[in-house]
Design a protein around this ligand. Structure first.
Ligand SMILES: [Zn+2]
Ligand SMILES: [Zn+2]
Length: 208
């Protein structure tokens, strides 16, 4: 598998995103597998399927169906410095009953925040939208403040600072999750514009 480049793998991933899961497997006539996944920008992609298509991009369609060898070897190859990808392994789904609900104390280290900033961000937002609060990314509106989060555009984990109301964005819970989960790393949440674009695209995909 020396015929593999990071660029080709990223192209295969983009292709997977474009076609969507079902169409991707149908188009390349590949069987999905369920244990090894490439983790990329908060998403997981079938490792072998992506690798097959990436190899096809480099060495021609025919190689897509050639044997890849053992999963562990493929993982090792993908994680080598020149490709620099992250592969995760999921064991079979857990299907036994688990005892839950016991109460216990935990200790947590948290960053200091001033609740007055969030409150003011909500107030200004409501003021601008005739008494309703509006998600700055997707436009969802509601009168309940509890339906929204005040999100720090630059995350507090980066360190101490003097925050202004303008350093916060008012987001609905889904857009807030999107900001953090779809970003490459936790220090750089997606900017509001990108959340908006991403959610719009996701909506279009669903309609198709
Ligand atoms: Zn939203
Ligand atoms: Zn946030």
């Amino acid at each position: 598998m020396e015929d593999l480049t990071r660029d080709a793998v990223l192209k295969a991933i983009a292709d997977f995103d474009d076609r969507g899961c079902d169409d991707f497997f149908r188009h390349y006539r590949i069987q999905p597998s369920r244990s090894y996944f490439i983790r990329h920008q908060g998403q997981e992609y079938d490792m072998k399927a992506i690798t097959r298509v990436a190899r096809g991009l480099v060495s021609g369609e025919k190689t897509i169906h050639a044997s890849l060898g053992h999963s562990v070897e493929v993982k090792r190859r993908l994680e080598r410095d020149d490709l620099d990808l992250k592969v995760v392994h999921h064991k079979k789904t857990y299907d036994r009953a688990s005892r839950e609900g016991r109460r216990f104390w935990t200790k947590q280290k948290k960053a200091e925040r001033d609740p007055r900033l969030a409150k003011e961000a909500m107030r200004l937002n409501r003021c601008r939208h005739g008494g309703w609060i509006k998600c700055e990314a997707c436009g969802f509106t509601d009168k309940e403040r509890s339906m929204f989060d005040a999100h720090h555009l630059s995350p507090l984990v980066l360190g101490q600072r003097d925050s202004l109301v303008s350093d916060l964005a008012v987001l609905c819970p889904t857009c807030h999750r999107w900001a953090h989960s779809k970003a490459g790393d936790r220090l750089h949440p997606l900017p509001v514009k990108q959340i908006r674009r991403g959610r719009r695209r996701a909506k279009k995909r669903k309609r198709r």
